[in-house]
Design a protein around this ligand. Sequence first.
Ligand code: GUN
Length: 285
Amino acid sequence: MHVIDGKKLADDIIAEVALDVKQLVELGKAAPGLAVVLVGEDPASAIYVRNKIKRAQQAGMKSIEKRLPVDCSQSELEAVVEELNQRHDVHGILVQLPLPKHLSEERIIRLIAPHKDVDGFHPENVGLLATGQASLIPCTPLGCLEMLKRELGDLSGKHAVIVGRSNIVGKPMANLLLQANCTITVVHSRTSNASSLARQADILVAAVGVPELIDETWVKPGAVVIDVGINAIERDSKRKLVGDVNYEKVAPYTRAITPVPGGVGPMTIACLMKNTLVAAQHTAH
Ligand code: GUN
């Protein structure tokens, strides 16, 4: 068994992106610009946003942070997105989710110009992914795919079981792995025999948001396990971050496993930088 070092891989990817950014600038193009929009004061979201800005700067990109109060209106938020759509120095736009309940995520995602949608959440980009034509692919599944390819090489013929069916992870992960010639099973809260299906997987991707749901009874010996969950729990009166996988119980049976933290999380941000570079390379400015 070995532990997949997401932090190290992410550092490598960001160094590669930084080289490409440098080349772009040397050709006389503007540095890629990433705009991150944060509504409200949710502490976890604020940490994610801070990391994204920090990593963009490390890659030599321009970062633009827009903060709105938790009680801002739909039209105020839409005005911010529309302004960013117009700006020539902004190549990528990310609106941090979840948004406060009174705002429509669906309408905001549809408003982002598809060529600046570095999250890959716009229906146009979702459709392109489903038909194998995508260029902006959701960052978390893209990071998971990169780790799987580095671990296993060719993924053709592998059976991948994805636990969770969210628009952000589960569904795009299924599409990406299908494209990579895997056989796909998606299990979710209404699946009656989830653990026995999971036990057939060569590749197990956990993205449900239930702390330590997956124990050794879900895992075939020798499987590669990717844990997308980041759950804050209290244990022994200490706050702790755990994944959707019970790491202690599962790790000994795996070929390779991602830790939480330090696995998928850093890779998500590295892929966001990749997407921002791709978006900038596709525009003339
Ligand atoms: N919140 C949790 N994950 C994500 C993500 O990948 N993108 C955005 N915009 N918000 C998130």
